[in-house]
Ligand binder design. Sequence first.
Ligand SMILES: [Zn+2]
Length: 371
Amino acid sequence: MASLEEREVYQHLGTPTGVHVRQTPEDTIVEILRDASQINSSLLAPWQKINVLNTFLISRISFLLRGSAVARVPLNKADNTIRQLVKRWLYLSQRTSTDIIYIFHRQGGANVPQLGDLCDMAVMTHAFRLLTCPDPTVRSIAQEAVRSMVRKRITRAPSEQEIATYLSVSLEAEFGRERGDLSSLWSCACNTSRLLGKRIGCCWKWCEERRELGILVPCLKTPDHTIVTLTARAMLEKTLKDTICCLYAENLKRKPDQGKVFEVSSKWDASNHFLPRGSFTRFADWRFVHRARLHCIPLNGAIRHGNRDKHCRKCGYANKTLPHVLCGCKQHSRAWRHRHNAIPNWLVKAIPPSLGKITLDSAIPGTDSRL
Ligand SMILES: [Zn+2]
């Protein structure tokens, strides 16, 4: 075993470890960004670039975030760079909404997690796992550390309920007394749960009947909530992840311009089947689809700034928006027909001839319907 001076470090499972050392894994962050820029200049397809980033790069840091006290500034800087790259791979301009990057594939996003969010989730989960650890020694050390920290603050023995309150809202009322806490795992956990509490409304709860600690995670779309307790402790990270992702999706839906199509396209997985692997998608489609869904194609009607002429150059219609070009502009009616015919033709190809005679482009036989 090597003997270390103060501020000397050794790498323990990738985390810089020692007395009074900065634990932020800056080397790993630099490596991730360097590799991300190499992926950017590689010849991979854009959806492959996103896949590689998720599978091989971001996963490198998710483990380190669990065991280290990581500073937010380097993470935020890394997030900025990653965001710019992903927007380039989605062919979006830098001014478009960033929410789309952090939303799940099945809802139509790029499914790239934000490092800052990963860090928050890791801190919360780690604190919760220590306090509910099946090993009685670990659990009692963790519970005693929290209890003594709250005791210092309120200068008396805290109840279990007060400990839960302290972990969720450490700055309120009685807990607000300045006691000069050492920066510890627990003060970090308090800060994180306060930040997450503001964003998604989660908080620590003490259940008196069952005598156990839990974390309440609200559902953003309905008034329901989930309380993650000892028995479901492994579910906490996933529950937090789902809620944060839901927050980005709800943010995007609220945007009157960019969220309009997303509101519909996020409803069914089938609308977003092509996102993970680019299946049935040409490069031209990929370049078009994300901009089109966020209404960021530079058409006259979609340009927000300045006092530009919004008329359609083909037919003179007053507002040249994407719906007008795709479905309203008479000059493009040939394209409408091609688009319509492509779908029945596709179905005809897919139906096995053994099922009977296929009738195409004629009135429904045996009825007087004009369809
Ligand atoms: Zn037109």
